[in-house]
Design a protein around this ligand. Structure first.
Ligand SMILES: C[S@@+](CC[C@H](N)C(=O)[O-])C[C@H]1O[C@@H](n2cnc3c(N)ncnc32)[C@H](O)[C@@H]1O
Length: 502
């Protein structure tokens, strides 16, 4: 990439739209989608894509120059194609529209480079500014503050965690390239996408046109300000969340605490979330020793009766986080930068920074006071929206005041295949804790089991327990309230479920 790198204008005239759609279809026909690209690059997850490995990808993974390799090189790895390669990837009308709309440029030798990336997220293809605008010196130069962020690990986590049930309306705050809004457009009748950066709004509109998405409106503004009094069934947000000593990147920096934008988003939810709806956010949060993250989120809600589900997917020590964000042209300036990042985290009292997927729903008064629940899992590698919704259902069910009745009426069953991980302790007088994990789930949550839960789960031989379950449970020689307590706990952990009627 040349130093005189120019960014895409993200402007398409009405006359360009049909050709632009054809160009995206031609690229998709080359097999260009998240799974195929990940597989071709030999990655377990596209989140693991790293500029340091560009030579490895090119020399080893893309050696066979078929259309899929060419698309990856040009549109994801910021590489250059010769005229023959471009012609193999794109028909003439597609080449022309990409040149006309400023997404492609050729130099005097005929080499073509993309001025924006086309990033596969699931089966959607999303245009955005390049992930590494600083090539060939990544980490040295500064990135423009109005950079439209290419979908990254955080975008993918949120996209995978978002539920995909049909809904009426969706709102995507901090839309950037529009990735979450474009995904929501496939299951919401109407989507509103908001960003404060006019280039991001332009990019989202451009993407909607290129993908033929007609039910999406992109508007420029500060968070909820452009949407008035409307309430939405789905709200998604991937805000700038990095606790940063700098204020240079609008898509990244969330002020010194990292909370400047996310705090306002959470505070605005009670006004914007429709009854029965769900708000989902990916973010990083600084964590202080002895302080509950869920408590902080609840404080931001300002007393609104909402249930909160927090899924912790990664933890970085303060020093790791500082080193990960530090930049410098030489080692001395890199160390200075790491020192400034670490000092900021210390000043905030943060011992570590955690990556979380947070979901909010209105609380049901039948299930007692609003609750918050924290689970921990490696980041999801595939769609996990159903499982997040299930966590809310399971928590509510576990809080049903008379849990005995639905069990007796409908029967209880194991929620699916479950692995019990028994701990053996040798040479110490500590009670070993068993753990259990549902198999075949996108979220790999390990739950601790107390002895009664362990016994009960293991005794559920078949899929179905008899409706007269409590009699059956007497064999455990435990008082009924204790057995019901164990059942509530197993329901909450989604290890058992109450059979649906019919
Ligand atoms: C981390 S990027 C997320 C992009 C995209 N949603 C995704 O998932 O890839 C954050 C976005 O928030 C936007 N933003 C920052 N402050 C904002 C505000 N007050 N109101 C609306 N958008 C804002 C930035 O311009 C940037 O596009």
């Amino acid at each position: 990439m040349s130093d005189s790198f120019q960014r895409a204008p993200f402007l398409a005239g009405d006359g360009d739209v049909a050709d632009l759609r054809d160009a995206v279809s031609a690229i998709a026909r080359a097999g260009y989608c998240e799974d195929a690209v990940r597989e071709r690059l030999g990655l377990a997850d596209l989140c693991d894509l790293h500029w340091r490995d560009l030579p490895v990808y090119r020399d080893e993974r893309l050696a066979e120059r078929d259309p899929l390799s060419l698309a990856i090189d040009l549109l994801l790895l910021q590489g250059a194609l010769n005229p023959g390669e471009v012609a193999r990837l794109l028909p003439a009308s597609s080449r022309e529209v990409l040149l006309r709309t400023g997404l492609l440029e050729t130099d005097e030798t005929g080499l073509a480079r993309a001025r924006a990336s086309l990033v596969p997220v699931g089966r959607r293809l999303i245009f955005a500014d390049h992930a590494w605008p600083e090539l060939p010196h990544p980490g040295h130069a500064t990135v423009a503050s109005d950079q439209v962020m290419a979908p990254g690990f955080d975008s993918r986590y949120l996209a995978r965690a978002t539920f995909r049930r049909p809904v009426g309306s969706a709102l995507d705050l901090c839309t950037g390239s529009g990735v979450q809004a474009l995904l929501a457009a496939s299951h919401a009748r109407r989507v509103c996408a908001v960003d404060i950066n006019p280039r991001a709004v332009g990019c989202t509109r451009f993407n909607a046109r290129a993908l033929g998405v007609a039910n999406l409106e992109a508007v420029e503004g500060d968070l909820f300000e452009p949407v008035g009094e409307e309430r939405f069934d789905l709200i998604t947000a991937n805000p700038p969340f990095v606790p940063s000593p700098l204020d240079t990147l609008r898509f990244r920096d969330g002020g010194r605490s990292g909370e400047d934008v996310q705090r306002r988003i959470v505070a605005g939810l009670p006004r914007l979330l429709a009854p029965g709806g769900m708000a989902q956010m990916v973010t990083e949060l600084g964590e202080r020793d002895g302080e509950s993250i869920a408590g902080r989120l609840r404080q931001w809600l300002g007393g609104a009766p909402m249930d909160i589900h927090v899924l912790r997917v990664a933890t970085h020590s303060a020093a790791q986080y500082a080193a990960g964000h530090a930049k410098g042209a030489d080692y001395a300036s890199f160390l200075d930068s790491a020192g400034a990042w670490a000092a900021n985290l210390r000043a905030q009292g943060y011992a570590r920074v955690v990556t979380v997927l947070v979901a909010f729903q209105w609380s049901s008064p039948d299930c007692g006071p609003p609750w918050d629940r924290i689970d921990q899992s490696p980041p999801p590698r595939r769609a996990a929206g159903d499982e997040i919704e299930d966590a809310f259902r399971a928590e509510r069910l576990a809080r049903t005041p008379d849990i005995r009745r639905p069990i007796e009426e409908n029967g209880l069953l194991r929620a699916g295949p479950v692995a019990i991980l028994d701990a053996s302790v040798l040479g110490a007088a500590i009670a070993p804790k068993a753990k259990a994990r549902r198999l075949g789930q996108a979220l790999e949550i390990e739950h601790e089991l107390d002895p009664l839960e362990r016994q009960f789960l293991a005794a559920m031989e078949g899929r179905f327990a008899a409706p007269e379950l409590l009699r059956f449970c007497r064999q455990f020689d435990a008082p009924e309230p204790a057995v019901l307590g164990a059942i509530r706990s197993l329901l909450r952990k989604r290890l058992v479920m109450i059979q649906e009627r019919g």
